[in-house]
Design a protein around this ligand. Structure first.
Ligand code: FAD
Length: 625
């Protein structure tokens, strides 16, 4: 079989914020870089980001600095975060935002001309730089503009725009290739979505920047690309995934009409003053402030409302608790019968800001509700409920270099694990993409210095092509339809491994996943490889099933509740579990989960917290140490 072939120094898989920032770095370091993305160039989750990018620039409150941001991030993740990643992220985020301005970004401004920063859940000070509620669009536009300017420089020097940086849009990578079974990265195998033609990339370094896994769940804010491809590619290549039990359910997705269920309602609505109400109009979040956050959150409406004008002398409104807390609270209200007609609760901005202010600060939300739900949010409340939004788990990486355990394989952005611990704070993803996208680019460049040019094995390329063909030649037996199987998978994950789980439910999910996995061998698609969405989904399902198994296996093993993992049969947070990470790897017998010790937090970082607070999270032995 003749396969289109390309040689590069670095392959970046994914063209969202993490991938583009990594590619800019490798190209600026003189490396020939390919950016491969399965969607159109510019269509990634990054473009959908609404509320903003978190960075302690101190524009809205001069007390903000990287230490406060670090503290908030660790608290949000319930101290399960990789502390070194959280430190690098907090220290470097402001520089990455200012750098975006040098690429041409135009953020909203304060009255005195600085970048405006807004409030978000779990952030002590207003910290999210934003462009209305369309921040991701500006981020992607700016990074793409930087790519184009680098390509223009290459044209001036080499007479070829794509001499050192080329984008392969609408091209899906299905396999990573190595030079020996346990060896170094040597390239990647994929196909053009339109023609179905195969491609082989040869390169000594690959940066995974493929985003998350949300399409394994029925109700999600994520779009069709989020099928866990990068997670599965890394596993199959021999890397480990950590923290897969932690899946973030954003508290506010649309619930009505059914066709738009799950679409995100940005946290900026609450950051800008929006409050949550039950069916009787009661502001219920005051009933749901957990013990660990009691000191920092208001217990009356008066104090909560005063905070917007005078944050120094009042405590924060409980609507701005971290997302896991708010999502659980909404779930409880609905479960106990105080929810709305369509199974949600109400989000009220109409009584809190003037119509003009709502249209100015939240233009996308105004448009979204008017067009999709026939609701005018300047006059009416929004009906909202939890939606699967983000995966905290991902490829285990070195915090400084973004290197995985496989030589030559790097990961950044949502596909990487560790940074956010058990729960991500809003706004901390866009900053994560830039900080660790850049670091992954540097890591890949440094790796290249001593890497040589490992060659993919021909037999592996043949195997990758054969695997891709399987849905055209399914195993004997009843043929399975990829759309039907996908719907069943989403239902299982939603019902049994969702926002609240029990051990029994997750074990049931594992049984069903095994059964679905068996049936997946009989996936059958008609026609040929030319633009064939059924075939694309059949290939994606292989990844979704594998990654869902990791989520379920880790969820059954962690017998506590923390952040984005709530076990109804183990409702408390257990200090001993804080220092244990669950690492998934792929062995001969399938997915295995190993317990792994967290590295102890560096003492100077621990000193940023009061002893009383640490006692809520750490074991006596750790505290004594
Ligand atoms: P993405 O931006 O999703 O890019 C992934 C890329 O990988 C895409 O180009 C995709 O095509 C490609 N890809 C995937 N699989 C393959 C494959 N097999 N082969 C080739 N290419 C592949 N975070 C914030 O910090 N602030 C916010 O305000 C915010 N708002 C959000 C609003 C919404 C509606 C959503 C869904 C998320 C929001 N987030 C926000 C989260 C944040 O947007 C994402 O976590 C982040 O953009 C992920 O970036 P990424 O670069 O890791 O992946």
């Amino acid at each position: 079989m003749r396969i289109e072939q390309h040689d590069y120094d670095v392959i970046v898989i994914g063209a969202g914020g993490a991938g583009l920032r990594a590619a800019i770095e490798t190209r600026e370091r003189g490396l020939r870089t390919a950016v491969v993305c399965k969607s159109l160039f510019g269509k990634a989750h990054t473009v959908m980001a609404e509320g903003g990018i978190a960075a302690s620039m101190g524009n809205a409150n001069p007390h903000d600095d990287w230490q406060v941001h670090f503290r908030d991030t660790m608290r949000g993740g319930k101290f399960l975060n990789n502390w070194r990643m959280a430190e690098l992220h907090a220290r470097e985020a402001p520089e990455r935002v200012w750098e975006l301005e040098t690429y041409g970004a135009l953020f909203d401004r304060t009255a005195d001309g600085k970048i405006s920063q807004r409030n978000f859940g779990g952030h002590q000070y207003p910290r999210l730089a934003h462009v209305g509620d369309r921040t991701g669009l500006e981020l992607i536009r700016t990074l793409q503009q930087k790519v184009v300017s680098l390509q223009q420089a290459d044209f001036a020097e080499h007479g070829d725009h794509e001499a050192r940086l080329k984008v392969f849009p609408e091209c899906t990578v299905t396999d990573l290739l190595k030079d020996a079974p346990d060896g170094r990265i040597a390239g990647a195998f994929g196909y053009w979505r339109e023609s179905g033609r195969y491609l082989l990339f040869r390169a000594p370094a690959v940066v995974l920047a493929t985003g998350g896994i949300g399409k394994s769940f029925k109700v999600t804010s994520n779009s069709w690309e989020y099928t866990g491809d990068g997670h599965a590619l890394a596993l199959r290549a021999g890397a480990a995934l950590i923290n897969m039990e932690f899946v973030q359910f954003h508290p506010t997705g649309m619930v009505w009409p059914p066709s738009v269920k799950g679409i995100l309602v940005t946290e900026s609505v609450r950051g800008d003053g929006g409050v949550l109400r039950d069916a009787a109009g009661r502001r219920f979040m005051f009933d749901h402030v957990p013990e660990v956050f009691k000191d920092a959150y208001a217990d009356t409406e008066d104090e909560a409302d005063r905070w917007y004008e005078d944050p120094e002398n009042n405590r924060r409104p409980p609507e701005l608790l971290p997302r896991d807390e708010v999502a659980r609270a909404i779930n409880t209200e609905i479960g106990e019968g105080r929810g709305s007609e369509h199974g949600g609760v109400f989000l009220d901005i109409a009584t809190r800001l003037s119509p003009d202010e709502i249209r100015r600060r939240l233009p996308s939300m105004h448009h979204q509700f008017r067009e999709l739900a026939d609701v005018d949010i300047t006059a009416e409340m929004m009906e909202v409920g939890p939606t699967c939004h983000y995966v905290m788990g991902g490829v285990e990486v070195d915090p400084d270099t973004a290197a995985s355990g496989v030589p030559g394989l790097f990961a950044a952005g949502e596909v990487a694990g560790g940074m956010h611990g058990s729960n991500r704070l809003g706004g901390n993803s866009l900053s994560d993409l830039l900080v660790f996208g850049r670091r992954a680019g540097i890591g890949a460049a440094d790796h290249l210095a001593g890497a040589g040019r490992p060659a993919p094995r021909e037999s592996d390329v043949d195997d990758a092509a054969r695997r891709a063909e399987r849905p055209f030649e399914p195993a004997a037996g009843d043929a399975e339809n990829p759309y039907a199987l996908h719907a069943e998978l989403q239902q299982v994950m939603n019902d049994l491994v969702g926002i609240i789980r029990t051990g029994e439910q997750v074990r049931d999910a594992l049984r069903r996943l095994r059964e679905l996995d068996g049936r997946a061998r009989h996936l059958a698609v008609e026609g040929n490889r030319q633009f064939n969405p059924g075939w694309h989904l059949a290939l994606d399902l292989r990844n979704m099933l594998l990654v869902s198994e990791c989520v379920a296996r880790a969820a059954v093993q962690r017998t506590e509740s923390r952040g984005g993992h709530t076990r109804d049969d183990h409702p408390g947070m257990v200090a001993e579990w804080r220092r244990t990470l669950l690492a998934c790897s792929l062995g001969r017998d399938g997915v295995r989960v190993d317990e792994q010790r967290q590295p102890p937090v560096r003492p100077d970082l621990l000193e940023l917290f009061a002893a009383d607070e640490l006692r809520k999270y750490f074991t006596d032995e750790e505290l004594a140490g």
